[in-house]
Design a protein around this ligand. Sequence first.
Ligand code: UTP
Length: 297
Amino acid sequence: MKKRVTKAIFPVAGLGTRFLPATKSIPKEIMTLVDRPLIQYAIDEARAAGIKEFIFVTSRGKSALEDYFDTAPELESALRKKGKKDLLETLKHTNMDSGAIAYVRQNKPLGLGHAVWCARRLLGNEPFAVILPDDVIAAETSCLAQMVEAHAETGGNMVAAMEVPADKISSYGVLDVKEDMGSVVSVKGMVEKPPRDEAPSNLAVIGRYILTPQVMNNLNEKKSGAGGEIQLTDAIAREIAESDNVYGFRFRGQRFDCGSKAGFLQATVTFGLARDELRDEFSAYLGELVSLQNAAE
Ligand code: UTP
């Protein structure tokens, strides 16, 4: 029987330079879409996929992120006294059971592959998920839950993939597709940030992965040997050659690149409009804004 995916790594040790000066003192993952930090969206997605152990790869200056998952006794007792049951309920979703969450440190931002490798001692001999919290995915069924279901059929390594327009493809890792089976594709190659005319397909890798322990070994080998850094993509691509077990998964949902300002703003508008309590006022405002702009042109 295939092993269930119950552990997820959240690499959050990056510098977040695209959001300076905010990220000088706030971790990027604590920035909020409407009223929830990015990390909450990632945690909710992972929980919905059956993840039980949450491993954060952190760095200096990320203590706000660690505190976020603790209970807040004074705040909770103040809310209880005021009878604010709904807010207490909201807070519950931020708490983690003792021992469900682990933090490991990446002491230098040497890249995503290195960040994942930092969690190696916390994983057993089982598949694990990697979630990049700055990719936020609005979906009816959690994107990772969709992947876990597909992975139960395929096993191996799976990366979330989405179709990207030709003029954007060179910003992504791109899949060279062996066989297209619909939502799942088998992969014969992966190219990191190819020039537009050399992209093997329009299927780009985004920040959700289910990986085999062998990928961690690949990271490990490179790390323990001589030589520099290894990218996560390289460690996965090696499995194409050695085990032929790498799949892309076309998820159902909308992905926002919240690591970029434009993506973050688009997500803010979309998630704002999705809220019952905000929709009327916010869409009226956006409508006004558009008519003002049209009138000015
Ligand atoms: P990004 O490429 O978005 O880098 O990392 P970044 O540092 O977060 O942001 P910019 O580009 O400077 O604005 C993708 C993911 O990988 C993590 C990041 O925290 C983010 O979740 N990461 C990246 C690490 O954990 N460690 C690293 O060394 C690099």
